[in-house]
Design a protein around this ligand. Sequence first.
Ligand SMILES: [Fe+2]
Length: 433
Amino acid sequence: MKFVMFTAAVVAGSKPEQIHIALGPSPTSMAVQWSQETTSLTKVKYGPTADKLEWTADTAVYPFTDGGSEKHLNTHHVARMTSLSPSEEYFYKVGNKADGWSDVFSFSAAPTQETIKFPVRFGIWGDMGIANASAILSEVTDVIENGKSFDMILHVGDFAYNMDNDNGHLGDHFMNDIQHIATKIPYMVDVGNHEVAYGFSHYTERFRLIGDSFAPRDYPTVSSSDGDGFNNWFYSHDYANVHFVAISTEIYFNYADTDLLKNQYDFIDADLKLVDRAKTPWVVVHGHRPCYCSCDDDCGDDAALTREGVDGKFGLEELLHKHNVDLYIAGHEHNYERMFDVYKNETTKTTTNPKETIHIITGDAGGPEGHEVFTLAQPERTAFRTDGFGYSEMTVYNDTHLHWQQFQGEDKNDKMFGNAAVIDQFWLVNENH
Ligand SMILES: [Fe+2]
């Protein structure tokens, strides 16, 4: 008789990590995503106080295997907290009893028009890695923990440098680095060129909560080497009196000959057409690459491709113009460049009731590539530019007044901020939108 001995493979579970939240499709919901190796069911428990996590939401589970030789696995769990009261504070933890719960975190649900408490603050940065990013992260952590906080974070592409490096472990590292911020404040994103590996799968999978949250709106799926995902490449949402449209400028460079370029263009056009400016007078479009810049070679054909499209078709600038978009925010250039109103390279150099879109590049949150210096003459359209580690703060005071500030260390190469100062600021006044 032949005996076969089976040894049960003991799969060690793990505690939740890489936890982050993102806005849901309405102020009554908030999505959460984390990574946890477990064979047991997981959930999010949430409620009005830290010791009263009385509601539960189950998760959708998405195993994600990095494309590198190690086949590093992250099992992502996505859940949506629903039936929230706008602007109210909530507490939550994620995980399960078998493998462990996370700490308890808190966030504020997004406001409705009736519950907005002005001013509303947005922390905005792009191109944040791990090397050189500690400056921004420690500064922002200080800002958040000592007094004023942000209502929403916007990271305009290029994460970790790169999330797929070291068989994807660098992506894990980065997501854990931002966890203390991203568990409290909705961390909204768009995709950059540094996410290109494996069909942008690290972006698609690590930010599934955004596509998942917006899935009921029937957006098309996107494909990566790891399969189809809900679309988090181009999507829109409101926060307070601002309508945000996230786009993938990478589509111009990697999918220019596919239907995806037209799909995104049609989506932006249709979405902006439906904006109710009485409800959300401010309209912000954000993507990773700029339409205009003035630092180096990127500012020639590459910027023109985003701006004017492929063979003159599906260009972004025409949409910004057609729909009176207030701001186009980008990164990619590792510097800060604030422009006036721009259309077809012309400017009236105004920030009061501008007829065209104001363009801002805020791509110097810090990464291993360092700064991108300005090698070209400062154009007429540019109001201010600097290369130094920094981040932006957009503060909306009401339907007509918006204040923008750029923070930078005293020394532009100062890696240990602690004393970031406002290096540029302006008021955007728009009584017409
Ligand atoms: Fe980039």
